[in-house]
Design a binder for this molecule. Structure first.
Ligand code: M6R
Length: 608
């Protein structure tokens, strides 16, 4: 959560910081600020609201002749999202400025100590405490002051710090929250995420946890928390700048929905043989170990949890292994039964979600073997897992997950089939048939995308509808859940995802004239039952829309049927969710809402 950008070099600093912040706005967008180091003074400008507010302020106050600068876009954790609590925060002398991602867990204790020494604070943030602590160490080189403070602060945090007297230097520190350096020619960038500097360079250095980095125009020096020198590891960013641009689409979300055929194709690439087998060479986990597994847990949050729901059906059906799924924030607080024969799969697009990371850490500590499924190469989840499978969706900027969800479904289907191969629970012919159908998914998604206009027309009739239900059974249930989450988060309407068969046990009381009920009915062995459940909704006044496979006779129950290409149960989840993504997009757009930056949300949730 929150985005950090820093720059030291020859360009006008503001021209790097503001666009950099705009590229990070998806990480948090309730307030933003920058600090510019002029050598003689430190200028701090901040504003509640979007980056555009900050841009107007900077324009009205400029121009600036700064040597270096840091900036921040915030998703509030401590203190209301107002201008005072916006970052950067300064120490009492005004010489030290700090921007921060994450939470200093012992900040109350640290603040109390400083207050006893006479410090007065202007904001309600934990970050201001860090600025004061670094300011107290004015006799030490900045890097040493930051190192000492990192050793006193608990919690997950990434920092970027400047001191007026050292204008050619930005110091960064990382524990938990990501931090990367972009390498340029006599210039360097420090950021929480690559898009902040992608238009300037694709050369980067990833900063590991528990490291401090000194960034100067022509050098990058890394130390650990004991002060030992660490050799920087240089990498090249695989995406190009296009990935961080909208490419002609009005929003990132719509662009990312349309990127799904390609994202799924990339995710399948190299993982399927011509003879119809699944090969997961990157899964460095011994077959013997996979054969010894007697139980699987799949842990995730939000949309990724819906991929976990589908994974349960797939792995149980294809391997006959018992699979438990859990919302990651619940898992470790319920004393789950995990041991060395348990396989734990953590799914997280960002690989940074703290709930998922903590759940996976807990499982590892109990002896489980962990597979991480992440879209971000080298993410914390990827590094902390025993093995990793990447979704290859490319950079996802829209806060609402779309292409990362469909690629998670595909990765979990590949993993389910792979486990079935290793454990001999599906015969090769059955695997081959499913693999051939997996390969059809990219084209099938493209087919569904071509219905965007008709879905817009349909949602155009729902201008005043505030109540939606998304219903499905079996493999269609996670799709329904995901459809409801998409609509809630970007259109701000009440949308319930429910197991269709469970409605009659209570929630059916909510169905009346004007409620839109979207049924997903692609799973062949429960289709008839789902259709009966939809009749029950219709009888109570619900407006019925169905997502059904081409060619299926769905009777007269629905006012509107959205057709998706037919395919095997479970694989159809990938195509069936696409119309629901489009539907949410069109409802939100018709309401004039910004689907890329829904209120109160951030792309990555690094707090519990
Ligand atoms: O990065 P992760 O996959 O771990 O994120 C999990 C959730 O925070 C995320 O899926 C969230 O629900 C999105 N807003 C969904 O659109």
């Amino acid at each position: 959560m929150c985005g950090i950008v820093g720059y030291v070099g020859e360009r006008p600093v503001v021209d790097v910081l503001l666009p950099g912040l705009s590229h990070l706005e998806y990480r948090g967008y309730d307030s933003a600020g920058i600090a510019l180091n002029m050598g003689s003074s430190m200028d701090v400008m901040k504003r509640a609201g979007r980056i555009a507010e900050l841009e107007s302020l900077v324009e009205s106050e400029g121009p600036f002749d700064a040597i270096s600068g840091i900036g921040h876009t915030r998703w509030a954790t401590h203190g209301a999202p107002n201008t005072v609590n916006a970052h950067p925060h300064v120490d009492p002398s005004g010489d030290v400025v700090v921007v921060h991602n994450g939470i200093v867990e012992n900040w109350v204790e640290l603040k109390r100590k400083l207050e006893e020494e006479g410090h007065r604070f202007v904001s309600d943030t934990d970050t201001e405490v860090v600025a004061h602590m670094i300011g107290e160490l004015a006799d030490l080189p900045l890097v040493e002051a930051v190192r000492q403070v990192m050793n006193q602060a608990d919690g997950a945090l990434a920092l970027a710090v400047m001191r007026r007297s050292e204008p050619e230097l930005i110091v960064g520190a990382r524990r938990g929250s990501p931090l990367v350096v972009g390498r340029g020619d006599n210039e360097n960038f420090l950021a929480s995420d690559i898009p902040a500097f992608l238009e300037h360079t694709r050369e980067m250095v990833i900063i590991d946890d528990e490291r401090i980095v000194e960034v100067r125009p022509s050098s990058v020096r890394i130390i650990d928390l004991e002060g030992n020198e660490i050799e920087p590891e240089h990498r090249k960013v695989e995406w190009d700048f296009e990935a961080a641009e909208k490419g002609g689409f009005p929003t990132f979300m719509l662009k990312e929905i349309h990127e799904q055929p390609h994202a799924v194709l990339d995710t399948l690439a190299g993982r399927i043989t011509e003879t119809g087998r699944v090969v997961l060479n990157e899964l460095e986990m011994d077959d013997k170990l996979l054969r010894a597994v007697d139980k699987v847990f799949v842990l995730a949050c939000g949309t990724s949890y819906h991929a976990a729901m589908m994974a349960k059906y797939a792995i149980e059906r294809w391997t006959r292994l018992p699979v438990e799924i859990d919302i990651a924030s619940e898992f470790r607080y319920r004393d789950p039964v995990v041991d060395a024969r348990t396989l734990v799969i953590g799914i997280s697009q960002s690989g940074e979600t703290i709930d998922t990371l903590e759940a996976v850490r807990y499982a590892k500590a109990q002896g489980a073997n962990v597979i991480g499924v992440s879209n971000v190469v080298d993410s914390a989840l990827a590094r902390e897992s025993d093995a990793v499978l990447y979704t290859r969706a490319g950079l996802e900027i829209g806060v609402a997950a779309t292409k990362t969800f469909t690629t998670q479904l595909v990765v979990m289907q590949l993993l389910g089939l792979y486990l079935a191969q290793v454990r001999g629970t599906l015969d090769p012919g059955a695997v081959e048939l499913l693999v051939r159908d997996l390969m059809k998914l990219p084209d099938q998604i493209a087919d569904v995308l071509s219905q965007s206009d008709s879905i817009a027309e349909l949602t155009g009739e729902w201008g005043s509808v505030d109540d939606y239900f998304f219903l499905g059974r079996s493999g269609d249930f996670p799709v329904a859940m995901e459809g409801a989450l998409k609509l809630k988060e970007i259109a701000y309407v009440r949308a319930e995802g429910y197991a269709a068969g469970e409605m009659k046990h209570g929630p059916i009381a909510l169905i009346e004239d004007g409620v839109v009920v979207i049924g997903v009915a692609t799973d062949s062995h429960v289709r008839a039952k789902t259709l009966s459940n939809m009749e029950e909704m219709k009888a109570r006044g619900g407006t019925i829309v169905l997502v059904a496979e081409e060619g299926d006779d769905v009777g007269e129950v629905a006012e509107h049927v959205i057709r998706v290409p037919s395919g095997p149960d479970l694989l159809c989840t990938v195509t069936a969710v696409v119309p629901l993504q489009l539907l949410s997009y069109h409802v939100a757009t018709a309401r004039g809402l910004d689907d890329d930056k829904p209120r109160n949300l951030a792309k990555t949730v690094t707090v519990e």
